[in-house]
Ligand binder design. Structure first.
Ligand code: FAD
Length: 506
């Protein structure tokens, strides 16, 4: 009987285990997880931080599931080495586990910049981090989030939503610079400011203090938050105020450096693939563990999936690619489909920040010289929409602020098909009889509603026809909404529309 060993019980590892078991009831499965407790949906930690979900709601497989499915799960057990010759993994506790197939799903770890005092800050990656942040937020008077990428923005918005004054510090000139152009970054910053997050871009953090953060001189531009102003003070006064005692504010030190006061500092400075095991075992590692289209490393019995893997030069930091990769490996390992291959993903980033709608995808930074750009900006309404078109196809888009166009635009990006000539109609559904809005009625059955789980409207419809009458039932049958959760409204809309058509109360 094939012995499958999975290292890492995060979103990719846990998914792989359930995909393999769904295909093959016999294969022997052992999964090691360095974190204690049940696996959980990491992407939903932002919702836990914001208080819209509880830790229990984001947990995934439980002990009963493992027992029922004859899977040996070893939480809190770290694998420390791979002996490829003996085909065994070794654990910190001295256990040796033999394998025929080994899958590395070791994920990523938060980058902690080598700053003096970094140990005073909390990173934002694990459930443990989330719990530590929440515990500190309970007594904190003021928070700073360092890093204005997706995670930093979600963390800052979540903390502000709990009533804590928050300053978001970002090194680059605008927020989420990987996904957004400068104008979109600015509009996002202004929207967040209206929700109580003070934004400072172009700033360099020099040190984490006991009670604040020291910035380099000449520290960037700011967008004052609607509810949390930063007032001037002195460095001495700030440093002398333990745990943020004293008035909220920022002070200048002698050399023109500035201190932003905070008694909770959250680091969201990026993620690095965890590759040490693979490297030590002599497997090829670039940024991540290098794999081919089968997600196989140079050793045919060793695969890598999720955030630790590098496919075709890309390390994906999102759930949908990790789950697609898990499905490919499950097909291959169980010989369900020997032709299964992973060909790369076209990920869509969606922000989970209450009061700010944002979806970004593809090549958003191309200029007018390189592509056709259609753009609309209305800063005072927090609206920014941009389509990037090359050879008549959508290669990138930013949709910021509420818009009924998200599903249609995402679908066009997803399929890569030719765009309708009426570009404005795409950005403004309904305008001059323009393209279809995201109404469940007009959405084609092939439209992918849940990106993470690849669930189309057609599947939701047939699931409804089989008796699923609410989102929970559709989720149980299709897994739609169980990834990053951003498709929940769309699924609800489709179910509601189907019920309405048949005169059934939703
Ligand atoms: C706050 C937050 C919000 C996010 N939001 C989104 C979102 O909205 N949409 C989206 O698509 N993605 C989002 N992501 C990213 C998404 O969570 C990751 O892409 C996904 O978790 C990657 O899954 P993974 O299994 O590869 O890694 P992980 O989930 O990190 O799991 C890896 C696991 O392996 C374990 N491990 C590592 N080394 C060992 C070892 N030697 N032995 C045993 N166990 C080991 C780790 O402890 C960890 O539990 C978010 C991430 C965070 C932190």
């Amino acid at each position: 009987m094939t012995r499958l060993v999975v290292v890492g019980n995060g979103m990719a590892g846990a998914r792989l285990v359930s995909e393999v078991r769904a295909r093959d009831p016999h294969i022997r499965i052992t999964v090691f997880g360095a974190e204690t407790g049940r696996p959980y949906n990491r992407a939903l930690l932002s919702n836990v931080l914001a208080g819209t979900m509880t830790p229990g709601q984001v947990r995934m497989l439980d002990a009963e599931w493992y027992a029922d499915h004859a899977v040996t799960a070893l939480p809190g057990v770290e694998v420390t080495a791979i002996d490829r010759e003996a085909r065994e993994v070794l654990t910190a506790r001295g256990r040796r586990e033999p394998y025929d197939v080994l899958v590395l799903a070791t994920g990523g770890e938060a980058v902690v910049p080598p700053l003096p005092g970094a140990e005073r800050a909390v990173a934002f990656r694990t459930m443990g981090d989330c719990e530590a942040i929440l515990a500190a937020a309970g007594t904190a008077r003021r928070a700073v989030v360092v890093g204005g990428g997706l995670l930093g923005v979600e963390a800052a918005r979540g903390l502000a939503g709990r009533g804590l004054p928050v300053t978001l510090l970002h090194l680059a000139g605008h927020l989420m610079e990987r996904q957004l152009d400068a104008e979109a970054g600015l509009v996002l910053g202004e929207s967040l400011a209206g929700l109580g997050v003070e934004i400072r871009t172009g700033v360099t953090v020099r040190e984490i203090l006991d009670g604040g953060v020291r910035l380099a001189a000449g520290a960037g531009t700011g967008t004052a938050a609607g509810t949390a102003g930063v007032t001037a003070g002195t460095a001495e006064a700030t440093a002398a105020s333990p745990s943020g005692a004293g008035e909220p504010g920022a002070g200048e030190s002698g050399a023109g450096e500035e201190i932003v006061e905070a008694d909770l500092v959250v680091l969201a400075c990026g993620v690095r693939p965890v590759t040490r095991l693979a490297r030590d075992a002599g497997l090829a590692v670039a940024r991540g563990v290098v794999v081919d289209d089968e997600m196989r490393t140079g050793d045919p019995s060793v695969f890598a999936i999720g955030e630790c893997a590098e496919h075709d030069g890309v390390v994906y930091g999102l759930v949908a690619p990790a789950w697609e990769q898990a499905a490919v490996v499950a097909d291959l390992v169980t010989a369900t489909d020997r032709t299964a291959r992973y060909r790369g993903s076209r990920p869509v980033t969606r922000l989970k920040a209450r009061g700010v709608e944002l979806a970004a995808m593809g090549e958003t930074h191309l200029t007018e010289d390189e592509a056709e750009i259609v753009r609309f900006s209305h800063r005072t309404r927090g609206a920014y929409r941009k389509l990037v078109i090359r050879d008549g196809r959508l290669v990138g888009a930013i949709l910021l602020g509420e818009t009924p166009a998200v599903g249609t635009v995402t679908r066009l990006f997803d399929h890569g098909g030719p765009l309708p000539a009426d570009r404005a109609g795409l950005l403004f559904p309904g305008l001059s009889g323009g393209a279809a809005a995201d109404s469940p009625v007009r959405m084609p059955d092939t439209a992918r509603v849940c990106q993470c789980n690849n669930v189309t409207k057609g599947r939701i419809r047939s699931c409804w026809e089989s008796g699923a009458r609410d989102v929970a039932a559709v989720a149980a049958a299709t897994r739609a909404t169980t990834g990053c959760g951003s498709c929940r409204d769309a699924v609800e809309g489709i179910v509601g529309w189907l019920c309405e058509q048949e005169g059934i109360p939703a």
